[in-house]
Design a protein around this ligand. Structure first.
Ligand SMILES: Cc1cc2nc3c(=O)[nH]c(=O)nc-3n(C[C@H](O)[C@H](O)[C@H](O)COP(=O)(O)OP(=O)(O)OC[C@H]3O[C@@H](n4cnc5c(N)ncnc54)[C@H](O)[C@@H]3O)c2cc1C
Length: 385
């Protein structure tokens, strides 16, 4: 194999590039952002994401990640709590993505920052802000939105929610109460995640319907105020909290539930990875795990010559079940406060339901072990209690 061009230097792009470079493949990676940047993400690293990061030589703990092993589900004034069943970690994407990209560079990947991929042409030419390129093989890792020339079907996806993320500095007593927990807060029109990351910051990430957002004045501070008015728990957490970003990051039209399907005529040298291949609902906190798992499958198909069709089959087998269950669960939970309250009350009555929900909405332990191999760092200890 000659040259692989990877578009996008997020988790999936950097991981694919690094694994390929380690196998001796010449790789060029194009990343749109000139400098490391914050990303919209809850920043919860599941156990399987940690397996792949260890395999890539990136240790979240060394980046300052904080451990999380409990989950709280909040709806109105009802709070349910349970063990997660594994120890997650939480670290900003700013640090994590930069570390992974640096590891890729150290492994020999040519990393070009500040270069945008504009389109994939039918003849295999990749048009970029730095001119056209003609790679032997193209890996699309540009995230949630379709790349021109690689259209995606949005049929059956849940794509009407707006996403926001910011960081807060909480009062010490609230920080302490949040420590070790990921909190999932359901509200009319959506849900939010709250958890600590490094440097004692709290990540506050939410998905909300446009109706709810505009009913709250169409501005983020107004939305947060209205959420605090609706949920006493959130009001307590965020009382006197200092926002740490000038303005929140925002995103729309994330196609939750999307899973790439190989279609007849798909070029043999194109591989979508990460969110280009699968988008699991955010409440699972497993988008990064799926992205890394999928990237590993793509790299295996590239290195063995099995091709994109085999990769798509592997993806369906390993990622499909969790993704479909998570999408169904998101549809069941819905956006109605009455239903939210029922779900939270049930979880308070039977807390292990939360652990089971967490287990069923991620890639199975067996799939990770089978792909990572018994010798892979972290694979032997990978577990879901
Ligand atoms: C609200 C929300 C909360 C989430 N919370 C979690 C969570 O807690 N835990 C979890 O595991 N997952 C979470 N996810 C999912 C997770 O963020 C994604 O699955 C993950 O980021 C996918 O990685 P990726 O590399 O495919 O894409 P990205 O991380 O989006 O990376 C894509 C990269 O490509 C670059 N790029 C984009 N377009 C171009 C272009 N045209 N040319 C060149 N470069 C380009 C971007 O700058 C970026 O660096 C969440 C997602 C959302 C929306």
């Amino acid at each position: 194999m000659n040259a692989v061009l990877v578009a996008g230097g997020g988790l999936a792009g950097a991981a694919s590039a690094l694994w390929l470079a380690r196998a001796g493949v010449r790789v060029r990676l194009l990343e749109r952002d000139l400098y490391p940047a914050h990303k919209i993400c809850g920043e919860f690293l599941s156990w399987e994401a940690q397996v792949w990061l260890r395999d890539l030589g990136v240790d979240p703990a060394r980046l300052g990640a904080v451990p999380i092993d409990r989950v709280r589900l909040v709806a109105g004034d009802c709070i349910a709590e349970s063990r997660l069943g594994f120890t997650g970690q939480s670290v900003t994407r700013l640090r994590l993505d930069a570390a992974l990209l640096e590891a890729a560079r150290a492994a020999g990947v040519e990393v070009v920052r500040g270069c945008q991929v504009r389109s994939m042409e039918p003849d295999g030419t990749v048009l970029t802000s730095h001119g056209p390129q003609r790679p032997d093989l193209f890996v699309a890792a540009t995230g949630k939105h379709a790349l021109r020339g690689m259209p995606r079907s949005r049929e059956g996806t849940i794509d009407h929610l707006l996403g926001f993320k910011t960081y807060f500095r909480l009062r010490p007593e609230e920080r302490q109460a949040l420590s070790g927990h990921v909190e999932l807060i359901l509200f009319r029109g959506g849900y939010a995640g709250l958890q600590l990351v490094e440097q004692e910051m709290a990540n506050f990430c939410l998905l909300v319907s446009a109706d709810r957002y505009f009913a709250a004045g169409g501005r983020f501070p107004g939305l947060v105020e209205s959420l605090m008015a609706e949920t006493p728990h959130l009001a307590r957490r965020l009382a006197f909290a200092a926002p740490l970003l000038d303005r929140p990051l925002a995103i729309s039209q994330v196609p939750y539930g999307y899973l790439w399907v190989h279609a007849a005529g798909h070029p043999a040298n194109r591989y979508p990875v990460g969110d280009q291949a699968s988008v699991i609902p955010s409440f699972t906190g497993d988008g990064m795990g799926l992205s890394l798992h999928g990237a590993r499958l793509a790299v295996r198909a590239i290195l063995t010559g099995a091709g994109p069709e085999a990769y798509a089959r592997d993806l369906q087998r390993d990622v499909g079940p969790a993704l479909r269950r998570a999408s169904r669960l998101q549809a069941i939970i819905g956006e109605d406060p009455g239903r939210h309250l029922m779900v939270a009350r049930l979880a308070r009555l039977v807390p292990p339901l939360l652990t089971t929900g967490a287990r069923l909405t991620r890639v199975s332990q067996g799939s990770v072990k089978a792909l990572a191999g018994p010798g892979a760092p972290g694979a032997a200890t990978a577990r879901f209690a």
